[in-house]
Write a protein that binds this ligand. Sequence first.
Ligand SMILES: Cc1cc2nc3c(=O)[nH]c(=O)nc-3n(C[C@H](O)[C@H](O)[C@H](O)COP(=O)(O)OP(=O)(O)OC[C@H]3O[C@@H](n4cnc5c(N)ncnc54)[C@H](O)[C@@H]3O)c2cc1C
Length: 462
Amino acid sequence: MPNMSLEKVKMPEQEADVRNKNFKEVALGYTLEQAQEEATRCLNCRHKPCMNGCPVGVPIPEFIQHVAKGDIEAAYQTIKRENALPAICGRVCPQENQCEGKCVRAIKGEAVGIGRLERFVADYHMALNKEEKVEIEKNHHKVAIVGSGPAGITCAGELAKRGYDVTVFEALHETGGVLVYGIPEFRLPKALVAKEVDNVKKLGVHVETNVIVGRSITIDELKEEGYEAIFVGSGAGLPRFMGIPGENLNGVYAANEFLTRVNLMKAYQFPEHPTPVKISEKVAVIGGGNVAMDAARTAKRLGAKEVYIVYRRGEEELPARKEEIHHAKEEGIIFKLLNNPIAIHGEDGWVKSMECVEMTLGEPDASGRRRPVEKEGSEFLLEVGTVIEAIGQSPNPLIRQTTPGLETQKWGGIIVEEETMATSKDGVYAGGDVVTGAATVILAMGAGKNAAKAIDEALNKQ
Ligand SMILES: Cc1cc2nc3c(=O)[nH]c(=O)nc-3n(C[C@H](O)[C@H](O)[C@H](O)COP(=O)(O)OP(=O)(O)OC[C@H]3O[C@@H](n4cnc5c(N)ncnc54)[C@H](O)[C@@H]3O)c2cc1C
């Protein structure tokens, strides 16, 4: 008999008042007993709607049935067939819009905790520390991957499994992309990302860090060096700004820079690490996505007393994962919804306050969301000393500027064929945020996987 409880088994987590002062992981993960109890909530539907919501096609009911029976290794191997980074996806995928959004248990009550179970299975397997032997017959075709984020790493792993000689070129000194320099430690421990990347390296993937493609070497030069196919997964690392007066004041950060300094360069250990960020007592974060939540919760952990999320739409429209919004509220982040910044004011070159205007929601715009409209005469000042802008990113122009024949959208995204991820340039494929603009880990992984399949088909034909 399935467990008909309407609610998910609760995930143990650090107390809000404790965790908002440290960088340790917030959610602590299920025990085996809790995982098994949650797994028995799955009805093992014959038509598997949850799988339609998974961009990489994890056999969800199959792995959950293994968990219910306590065969966690079988569950792990089932997930691993389709998903190279399960410990990461279990933690950061927007499950409510994907697998769990399609779960029939969500019609009346909460969906099965698919993400929590995936995380449990991956962590359980990792804790066993099993040496996995991989023997792959090489096919002697050379492929280059640009960028070591989820798109690049997935594409690399899929090709290595098929026998390709794969080299990943990464601009930074660390591998993992946004998983390392964007998403904070308290949501995604870096040691865990390193382990998942290591698993891909064990397939024989070679990684060269500190190589900026477009500067250290171009795409055409990679071709000349004998790479028969190139996958570009260089992400969307160029921050957008509001374009309002006062953005050049000291104390204004792009969320990207702020989070990179904290995550990758350990700004919170200044002066041991020479990359300070200055946080004032009151901080405003502009935006309502995952990046905004991460920046706000990081600012709180760095000692800010009051942290505001300033977002021009309402609660319903907040694009961040539901869990992040919930955690941010618990940690004391103040949500100023239906408010839009119009100027930042300073004193002696530093931020002193942010001028905002109240908004209402009008008719739906092109995105289908109701358009925010300013309320006349509702301007007010928010006293803050730090402003962090988290309103979106676009791809860095370097690769498109140095790759003749590579067609891109006006906003910079590389144009690809939907199924194969092939670009306008022969032998060059692309996927992830560099194609879609800032999106999600699992979509980037799906793109990497599709590109690997297409590259394999193309090179096998030759
Ligand atoms: C703060 C933050 C929080 C997020 N939270 C979530 C979340 O909770 N859930 C979720 O699903 N998604 C989340 N996202 C989005 C998600 O992380 C991205 O959609 C995903 O990482 C995109 O993967 P990617 O491989 O396309 O690019 P990236 O992860 O950006 O990786 C691109 C890599 O390419 C490298 N690179 C760039 N240019 C070059 C070059 N010229 N030469 C060589 N290397 C280069 C970069 O250094 C980087 O390592 C978040 C993003 C941010 C910034």
